[in-house]
Design a protein around this ligand. Structure first.
Ligand code: ADP
Ligand code: 5GP
Length: 193
């Protein structure tokens, strides 16, 4: 009997608004049948159009704390005043099924995953400039002005972690060029190059 090869864990970070979701959606479009996105739990309120169980599991602070106590998270962190965590058993079972799993998480959580799962493939997405990051975040129109400012302040600290990731991709003016870099990393790390 042939044993199922374990999937690869990808850890994907970058400041809010840099284009992580856009790039990952493209990767999923092309390789979706081999991949799975982990659905995180968060205490943040849903944005318009976000679906519980698809984009996040939207839970209360109390529920989040009880999951920490149960050791349910592979990692968890606070970001811009809310808590976010990756469900451990879900991710492990997807990897066991041979899926390449993608975690789109902020830097504190990524550091925990890199330590616990050293074989993971870590990728940091950089903006071409801070001004462009600000433009994209505002252009997306999902955050209030106060929240935009908080996310930009957090972004400055996050950019200092870029050097700790295995790969860095600049998502500049040319989205397709950034996607091609991501695509070749994916192919290389899943032995399909
Ligand atoms: P993140 O998931 O990192 O928070 P998003 O994927 O939501 O970021 O992207 C933020 C905004 O920037 C979106 O409106 C998206 O369409 C836009 N965007 C993404 N990549 C580029 C790019 N290379 N050039 C210009 N705009 C981009
Ligand atoms: P947003 O509120 O924009 O959906 O996410 C804010 C930040 O939290 C983003 O950088 C996103 O990647 C990160 N994030 C989402 N889920 C998790 C998670 O499970 N753990 C950690 N550590 N960060 C997460």
């Amino acid at each position: 009997m042939q044993t199922q090869e374990r999937g690869t864990l990808f850890v994907f970070s970058g400041p809010s608004g840099v284009g992580k979701g856009t790039l990952n959606a493209k990767l999923f479009e092309e390789f979706g049948e081999q991949m799975a996105f982990s659905v995180s739990a968060t205490t943040r309120a849903p944005r318009e159009g976000e679906i519980d169980g698809k984009h996040y599991f939207f839970i209360s602070k109390q529920e989040f704390e009880s999951r920490i106590a149960n050791n349910d998270f592979l990692e968890y962190a606070q970001f811009a005043g809310n808590c976010y965590g990756t469900p451990k058993s879900y991710v492990m079972s997807l990897l066991d099924q041979g899926k390449n799993v993608l975690l789109e998480i902020e830097v504190q959580g990524a550091m925990q995953v890199m330590e616990r799962m050293p074989d993971c493939v870590s990728i940091f997405v950089l903006p071409p400039s801070f001004e462009e990051l600000e433009r994209r975040l505002r252009g997306r129109g999902t955050e209030t002005e106060e929240k935009v400012l908080k996310r930009l302040e957090t972004a400055r600290g996050e950019l200092e972690y870029a050097g700790r990731y295995k790969y860095r991709i600049v998502n500049g003016g040319d989205l397709e060029a950034a996607y091609q870099e991501l695509r070749s990393i994916y192919l290389k790390e899943t032995n399909r190059a």
